[in-house]
Design a protein. Structure first.
Length: 147
């Protein structure tokens, strides 16, 4: 076998491993919606009394732990959402949009008296994060193909 053939074989093995990883890393269909509901819920509860907000925060943490466990059980691995590559920009963009929506919702509720602002913006963020999860997966697959 020549050096060129050997190098081509190794590159083909890398491509096959990346394709396998891209398939394995696909989250369950419901995963992104569940994450979106959790993050949207963080915003939606901001107008509620403090004990209810604290109760939701506890449920939020438990929900995140359960999501990570479900993802690991389904895929056999865990991938940091802020890993280097296209995925980092998707994750940072989602975080920035979520924070911005949360700040606007709280401002509208406290300064303008719009009590429905947190639930409305929470629903918007839930939708954005759900769609963003699928965008993140597509970015992850693109990162694997680019290497």
């Amino acid at each position: 076998m020549t050096r060129n053939e050997d190098a081509q074989r190794m590159l083909a093995e890398i491509d096959a491993a990346n394709a396998d990883l891209a398939q394995r890393a696909k989250a369950p269909t419901w995963y992104h919606s569940a994450l979106g509901l959790l993050i949207g819920g963080l915003i939606a509860v901001q107008g509620l009394p403090l004990p209810l907000v604290a109760a939701f925060y506890t449920a939020y943490v438990v929900g995140l732990v359960l999501l990570v466990r479900a993802y690991k059980r389904h895929t056999g691995l865990w991938i940091n959402g802020y890993r280097a590559g296209r995925t980092r920009w998707v994750a940072i963009g989602l975080a920035a949009l979520s924070i911005l929506c949360g700040l606007i919702a709280v401002w509208l509720q406290r300064e303008r008296g719009l009590a429905l602002a947190p639930p409305i913006f929470g629903a918007i963020v839930a939708l954005i994060v759900t769609i963003g999860g699928f965008v993140w997966e597509a970015a992850f697959r693109a990162d694997l193909r680019a290497r």
